[in-house]
Every structure is written in C-alpha cells, then in structure tokens.
Design a protein. Structure first.
Length: 258
C-alpha cells in the first residue's frame, strides 16, 4: 500500500515523479517517497530565456531509448524465467528505483541501476503481454504500442519546442496523479473494476500531459548533472509506460474478447 507523498513545489518535483508514477504500474506495490536536496536542483529558466541544449536533450533521449531496449530484453527474460518473473520484477523494480535516487550521481553504478530497473519493468510486463497474446489479443498490444508512440512523439515535440511557460503544470499534474492513484486503490478495495475503467481515460490524458511537461523541462533545464539527466529520463520512461498501459487497458476493455 502507498505510504506518503512529498512535493514542495513544481520545480523541485523531478525526483519525486518517478516514485509516484511507479504506483500506476500493475500490479500494485509499495510506494516510498524520499526527499531531495534543493541544492541539487538544476537551474530552470523560462522558455523565453532558454537556449535549447541539444547535448542534454540528446543524452536524455539516448538514455530513454536504451531503457526501452532493456525493457524489451526484460520481457524476453521474463518469459524465460516463468511465473517468478512477476514478483521478482515488482520487488526488484521498487528497490532499483529507490537505489537510483540514492546513487544517481555515482557513475557508472547509476547507469547500471537504470538499465536494471528497466529490465525488471520488462519482466513485470512480460506476464501481462504473454497473457494477452495467449488470448489472441496480440494485435491489440501492437495497436496500443503504435498509439502510444504517436501520442508520445506529438506531445514530446510540443513540450520540447513550445515557448509557453509550463512550469505551473507540475503541481496540477501531480494533484491529478494523486487523484488517479486514490481512485485506483478505491477500485481495488471496493472490488469495483468499473471505477478503474472510468479513471483510465483520465489517467491516459494525465500521462500525456506529463510527457509534454517533462520534455519541456528537459528543453529548458540548465546545469543538469548526469544524475539529473538519468532521473529526467526515468520520469519520461514512466510517463510513456503508464500511457501504454492505460491505452492497452482501454483497448482490451472495448475490443478484447472476454
């Protein structure tokens, strides 16, 4: 069950987002909320002041791409491991995510933990994907992946190029995330799947907003250390992964065969 959430303000939120967003990964697990030092925060400027740093954007997107490659490897590994892949992935994923927050500036351990986390997430996904493919719903999985990719590219391009100041989005998005998490937990406790189904479209819209917001932060950040770049990549990774799961849930609910 979730423990606590701590978010002082939108500009200091980047390190808390990965923990909170991880709660949306199925099945539900334990959430921890470590704090961070404001002194580690990179300088953030307004879009009007910012000059895009292609090096930072390139490194974050590179980390993101490799993370998804390791996730694909985790899916394959999960099929080889079998049923134990699910609990190993759930527990290991949370441990790896917390370790990443602690070791974010400890190269090269930080990269190893990042790719380990992505592999473990793939192991969690493998059980879900194998079940859907076994039910003959492989085409729905591909459709969800394609729609996720299209939304991510559109939302990410807007976030990275807009001149609007999106810094105020952080608090609103995080409040929405808490509402989605609370509703999902209520659906589980009340054994009311209809609540989860109603919340899922709002969750998909929420994570689309997070993609816009996080890519905007990457485009406008200055003085980002390697650890900060890794955490930004993790935030975007979880945005995309949760969006994919929401879209997959909707497609299965409306077009899948029971």
């Amino acid at each position: 069950m979730p423990t606590s959430y701590w978010r002082p303000n939108a500009t200091e939120a980047s390190d808390q987002d990965p923990i909170a967003r991880r709660l949306r990964m199925p099945p539900n697990g334990v959430v921890a909320s470590p704090s961070r030092s404001p002194g580690l925060a990179p300088e953030r400027v307004t879009p009007q002041q910012a000059v895009a740093d292609p090096a930072v954007m390139g490194r974050v997107l590179g980390l993101l791409g490799f993370a998804f490659l390791f996730t694909a490897g985790g899916v394959v590994l999960g099929r080889l491991v079998g049923p134990s892949a699910l609990p190993v992935g759930i527990v290991g994923g949370f441990v790896a995510l917390i370790a990443l927050l602690v070791l974010k500036e400890k190269a090269p351990l930080n990269l190893g933990v990042l790719y380990g986390f992505a592999t473990l997430e793939g192991m969690v996904l493998s059980s879900l994907l194998e079940m859907l493919v076994g039910r003959g719903l492989g085409s729905i999985v591909l459709q969800a992946a394609a729609v996720t990719a299209a939304i991510t590219m559109a939302a990410g391009a807007y976030g990275a190029t807009t001149k609007r100041d999106l810094s105020t989005w952080g608090g609103v998005l995080f409040a929405g995330l808490l509402a989605v998490v609370a509703s999902s937990l209520a659906a589980i406790l009340l054994q009311a799947p209809i609540i989860s189904l109603v919340v899922t479209p709002f969750s998909a819209a929420l994570f689309t907003g997070f993609i816009v917001y996080d890519l905007n932060r990457v485009a406008n950040v200055r003085g980002a250390t390697e650890g900060t770049q890794i955490l930004l990549a993790v935030s975007i990774y979880l945005d995309i992964l949760n969006l994919f799961l929401d879209l997959l849930r909707l497609l299965v609910a409306f077009f899948g065969d029971d």
